[in-house]
Write a protein that binds this ligand. Structure first.
Ligand code: IPE
Ligand code: MG
Length: 226
């Protein structure tokens, strides 16, 4: 979800105004994805690198998160959506951690779609954690080097149990990955749009999915044509 700051600028407002309007796009996208039958939606909300932003912006984002979680849990339950979070959550302010844990707990029975928020997340952080974890298990003797394979590595990532993404959408015209799900996107289809995140709407979502549907996914193989 990129472009909140630029969106605010085009409206002559400060960056936080952009983030607030970004929440609207989150709410809509979540609802439309659930309606379309998407089972897993993962949103990159805050990266480990984002901690280096001015502290006023970081604080505003954390407050916005608390406020939104509090306000939206009911709606998630109404729509049968389970909330999940990945990332270095211990770095979040205590009240944020509490609110997040409560929202996750309060929606844990839902099964229509899993909405995962990547918060204080980076793929390199995640992979480093996984390597430490695996190394520890080897050191303690509960795992042998021969046991290391791709699925074991996947199971040590914070996305364990979530299928690899089929489609990744990045807004605001930037064409880079920015430390997101690096292991998981090996065969993901990418969709880049110039739209700034607060302007990302139902129409844009359908366009992205339509484009995805035109792609031929070969996973490195050759598909028989008849
Ligand atoms: C994305 O919008 C939201 C977060 C990273 C929290 P940006 O804040 O990156 O907006 P731009 O890139 O400055 O326009
Ligand atoms: Mg940005």
């Amino acid at each position: 979800m990129d472009g909140n700051g630029r969106w605010a600028k085009t409206h002559g407002k400060n960056r936080v105004f952009g983030h607030r309007n970004g929440v609207r796009a989150v709410r809509q996208t979540t609802e439309y994805c659930a309606r379309l039958g998407v089972k897993y939606l993962t949103l990159y909300a805050f990266s480990t690198e984002n901690w280096a932003r001015p502290s006023a912006e970081v604080t505003a984002l954390m407050e916005l998160l608390v406020y939104t979680l509090r306000r939206e849990t009911k709606e998630l339950n109404k729509n049968n959506i389970r909330l999940n979070a990945i990332g270095d959550l211990s770095r979040l302010p205590k009240n944020c951690q509490k609110e997040l844990a409560a929202a996750i707990e309060n929606t844990s029975h839902n099964n229509r779609m899993t909405l995962t928020l990547a918060l204080s997340y980076s793929a390199r952080w995640e992979m480093t954690q996984a390597v430490k974890n695996i190394a520890q298990q080897i050191q303690s003797g509960s795992l042998a080097i021969e046991d290391i394979n791709e699925s074991l590595i996947s199971s040590h990532l914070s996305t364990a149990g979530i299928p690899d993404p089929e489609l990744m959408i990045r807004t605001s015209g930037e064409q880079r990955i920015s430390n997101y799900l690096l292991w998981q996107i090996a065969y993901t289809e990418f969709y880049f749009t110039e739209k700034l995140w607060p302007d990302f709407d139902e129409n844009e979502l359908y366009k992205a999915i339509y484009t995805y549907q035109q792609r031929e996914r070969r996973f490195g193989k050759v598909l028989e044509k008849r």
